[in-house]
Write a protein that binds this ligand. Structure first.
Ligand SMILES: Nc1ncnc2c1ncn2[C@@H]1O[C@H](COP(=O)(O)OP(=O)(O)OP(=O)(O)O)[C@@H](O)[C@H]1O
Ligand SMILES: [Mg+2]
Length: 246
């Protein structure tokens, strides 16, 4: 089977800043690719170029189909969805309505019609799975930061998209909350999906990812199995601030 996502020589510039520098990547189906790197290394930029929010140079192929000329909604139609570094929800809609809206707006667009319909009963069941059942009628502003993160994950999940792009889904949560998010992702969100997961928490990446890429200044510093990547001296220096011994 071919790659779900293929990135060739992707470059993104903001004036004099090169956010992504001739990046090449290939994601086999079912891969959960962790993306780590210091602040400003280009992690969110990569997601923004993939979704069509930013335009870069180079090519992007989704299931062998070139998509870099497509507008953002067209890419959604092909089965790509994302979460944001700062959670984005519909503030005037209840938690249940948020989930419903994500499902109704997205699923009919998908080419793959085998995905289930968006029945209210199913949406309730999904909320229970994400631990949000008791908050179905609350507004997003009434949720704690971790509940907002869970809602964003639930929304991405119910779309049925085959490629998930998750930008720091545990940002702004405590250790215990991050652990809970990790479990929910491992159980409900990631199985059977191809995903890119940006995280600063290394235990998160180690537990959830089958591959890891470390970016530095828009370039690939290291790539491989998480344990192998974390063992590299240059990665330890960049991510953990450990001095490199000659
Ligand atoms: N909209 C923008 N306009 C100008 N420069 C931008 C924009 N978005 C990102 N950049 C720049 O591109 C570079 C990469 O930023 P990006 O947000 O991708 O980093 P990141 O790895 O996601 O960092 P963080 O861990 O802080 O979220 C940075 O130098 C940033 O200042
Ligand atoms: Mg970012």
């Amino acid at each position: 089977m071919g790659a779900t996502l293929e990135i060739r020589d992707l470059t993104l510039r903001f004036g004099g800043v090169t956010a992504l520098d001739r990046l090449r990547l290939s994601l086999a189906p079912g891969t959960v690719l962790g993306l780590a790197g210091p602040n400003g290394s280009g992690k969110s930029s990569l997601i923004n170029v993939l979704t069509g929010h930013y335009r870069g140079e180079g090519s992007i192929l989704l299931d062998s189909e070139q998509i870099d000329h497509l507008a953002a909604p067209e890419r959604v139609r092909l089965g790509m969805t994302r979460t944001f570094q700062a959670p984005r929800t519909y503030r005037r809609m209840s938690v249940l309505e948020n989930l419903d809206a994500a499902c109704h707006a997205f699923r009919p667009l998908l080419r793959n019609r085998s995905v289930r319909r968006c029945e209210t009963k199913e949406m309730h069941a999904q909320l229970e799975r994400f631990g949000l059942g008791h908050l179905a009628h609350a507004l997003p502003d009434q949720l704690t930061p971790v509940e907002q993160r869970l809602l964003e994950l639930a929304r991405a999940h119910v779309t049925g998209a085959r490629l998930l792009l998750l930008d720091e889904p545990a940002a702004g949560t405590t250790e215990a909350e991050a652990h809970h998010l990790r479990q929910v992702m491992a159980e409900h969100v990631l199985p059977g999906r191809t995903a890119i997961l940006i995280e600063h928490r290394l235990d998160f990446l180690r537990a959830l990812c089958s591959e890891l890429v470390v970016l530095q200044a828009g370039r690939m510093l290291a790539q491989g199995a998480p344990d192998d990547v974390f063992a590299k001296a240059e990665v330890r220096e960049t991510l953990m601030g450990e001095p490199v011994h000659a």
